[in-house]
Write a protein that binds this ligand. Structure first.
Ligand code: NAD
Length: 292
């Protein structure tokens, strides 16, 4: 699939991320504008190294902050930065009252202990939702900051009125970033959830029964049309860079079987960025209606 967008000929409903993300950003901008006095939500993004995709992600996050009135700062550290250098940057941001959200762009260079860095973030500022405290809150169903991509997927499903309660959902992938938190969010919304991973036998036996299939693996074309029940909703979180552009985990033929499908690019991606803004406004003290 190219930037030209999804092919128009199939009968599938395309779950486009941009309109849902724009609707959320509009609500956030109105909320931030309504705050009186000098209360401006602030996001700090820590970027270690020169990885081009990471730089592009950070650029789009900083630009999106401006759109809704969030102040952002970017801390750049060299590729050779040590764990303690990254920890010092995080600790300074923990102390800074103008910073409500801290995001350390992942992946970090090999020599940096990512788990230690994430655990050092003040949980109240953990807008990526990856701190053990945030994940514990999610497991126990307590309010907290939820990882951006999974929360964004839920917002997208709600925007397009895809029912979740009482439905069978299959999530392919179980990372702390996407698959696992998304499984919990679906479960908290009363879906019956099956989580599949690299060692799951005969995954199609599960996906063929599902009303909602989420692929969050990073393996282009992993999900063929034959795995999908006709009319099911398919969410393609996967992003792989290829010479012909970004591709998801879902094979193009799924568009001929599914009832609703997210394109790649232009599906889940815009929701991830918009949800980061929602988490930052929430961390700054706003009760955020993400529509989910
Ligand atoms: P990850 O590598 O941390 O996790 C991948 C997961 O897939 C693992 O749990 C693994 O067990 C599972 N897996 C591997 N092979 C499998 C198979 N054959 N069947 C079922 N499960 C299998 O990756 P991640 O960080 O969770 O990201 C997953 C994908 O989502 C990547 O392509 C990533 O680029 C993309 N992503 C997209 C967004 C977005 O905004 N759209 C955000 C985050 C990640």
């Amino acid at each position: 699939m190219t930037d030209a967008g999804p092919p128009p000929e199939s009968g599938v409903v395309w779950l486009l991320g941009r309109p849902a993300a724009e609707a959320l950003k509009k609500r956030l901008a109105a909320q931030v504008a309504s705050w009186s006095g000098p209360r401006v939500p602030g996001l700090a993004v820590v970027l270690v190294g020169e990885d081009p995709p990471s730089r592009a992600y950070v650029r789009s996050k900083v630009k999106a902050c401006r759109e809704v009135g969030i102040a952002s700062v970017q801390i750049n550290l060299p590729d050779t930065a040590s764990t303690s250098a990254v920890l010092s940057a995080v600790e300074a941001l923990n102390r800074d009252p103008a910073v409500h959200g801290i995001l350390v762009q992942l992946p970090l260079p090999r020599q940096v202990d990512a788990a230690q860095v994430i655990a050092a973030i003040n949980p109240a500022k953990d807008v990526d939702g990856l701190h053990p405290d945030s994940l514990g809150r999610l497991v126990s169903g307590r309010p907290g900051l939820v990882p951006c991509t999974p929360r964004g997927v839920m917002t997208l499903l709600d925007y397009y009125h895809i029912p979740v309660a009482g439905r069978r959902a299959v999530v392919l992938g179980r990372s702390a970033l996407v698959g696992l938190p998304l499984s919990l969010l679906l479960l908290h919304r009363d879906a019956s959830v099956t989580v599949l991973h690299r060692q799951s036998p005969r995954p199609w036996e599960q996906t063929q029964q599902a009303d909602i299939v989420v692929a969050a693996v990073g393996h282009p074309g992993l999900v063929p049309g034959a795995w999908i029940r006709p009319g099911a909703t398919v969410v393609d979180v996967g992003i792989t860079r290829t010479p012909s552009g970004l591709v998801g985990d879902v094979s193009p033929e799924v568009a001929g079987v599914a009832g609703a499908l997210t394109p790649v690019p232009g599906g889940v991606g815009p929701m991830t960025v918009a949800t980061l803004l929602a988490n930052t406004v929430q961390a700054a003290g706003g009760a955020v209606d993400v529509g989910a």
